[in-house]
Design a protein around this ligand. Sequence first.
Ligand code: COA
Length: 344
Amino acid sequence: MSYQTLLIEKFEGIGVLTLNRPQKKNAMNPQLHEDMTAALEELRYDDAVRVLIITGAGDTFCAGMDLKEVFYELQDQPARYDRIIRLATEWRGRTLRYYPKPTIAMVNGYCFGGAFSIVEGCDLATAADNAMFGLSEINFKGFPGGSVSKTLANLFRPRDALFYGLTGRRFDGMTAANIGFVNLALPAAQLREETVKIAREIAGKDPSALRTTKEAYRFSLEMTWDASMNFTNAKEEELQHRQRVGWKQEGVGDFVKGKFKPGLEGHETIVRSHTPKPKRSQLSHESRAKASALAHEVVDQLTDSTAPEEEQQKRKRKLIRGPREFRDVRKDQHREAPGSKGKR
Ligand code: COA
């Protein structure tokens, strides 16, 4: 799908979502909030995207909320204003925070006010060392409203939050990294390449384990220690079920068998041939249905359509069941299976 205010690229399991209103410094207008809501929903279920990078077009990451189109022009439209603020809060606050795929904010330039909540909503953040950050709300007689104050409470040290909030002073990417608002600052020319490198590294890891890593961390933040222990124990079981082959058999199992050292490398680096093939029961219902449809198609083609109906049906049944020798082998295998009573 294409969006008025966004660009989407996909490659190597990575999605790059670019806020695309460079003429307005990528300020978040109502259309952008609608587009972001829809695009995050679309990419959530897109198997081609395992890690998502969010960045801005031109020299700006995002100049915050569109002051004109949201705060000024919607003053007399309370319902429309309520909807846009609700969408704005939801996609930056909840959708990104609990997104089932890892997200990286790549701050390529100006990052003001409401844009802080995009950076915080993402799991990781990189910034150009000369990017410019600022809590400019105090300069227009406002305050870090909506989700921004909570962003500060979550990620800033108290003195930094109030220093930048009360003065409106700007800080660069290097400072953002020093105070822990972004993971690292990079020379502007290398920002994309280095950020993609991180995304590629993460995209190679098990998607269910990545999702559970996020969920365990994000929800534990709000829990007591006891609740968190109970929650992560349950998550451990859930992860086992989400994975095609559970992490205990494959990840831990391959360590126990001496195939790799997880302290030094990811499981994805070991030769794929070690990975057990999925059992029939682990194949998806869809794959089984496709295989069955294909088999019936072949059988139809092999059956002489000029033969009497009864003869055709007999031939089809025989083809589907396979030659007698195969059936005998299957029966023998079934008899030998542990716990089998030798009967179908
Ligand atoms: N809301 C609405 N429009 C914005 C905007 C915002 N947050 N930020 C920039 N724009 C618009 C400008 O009004 C201008 O529009 P115009 O060409 O129709 O006049 C256009 O984007 C380009 O901005 P301009 O100010 O000419 O570029 P600049 O490089 O000189 O300055 C900023 C860039 C970001 C420093 C400056 O535009 C600014 O201070 N914006 C407000 C940032 C802010 O306070 N954000 C917090 C919101 S919560």
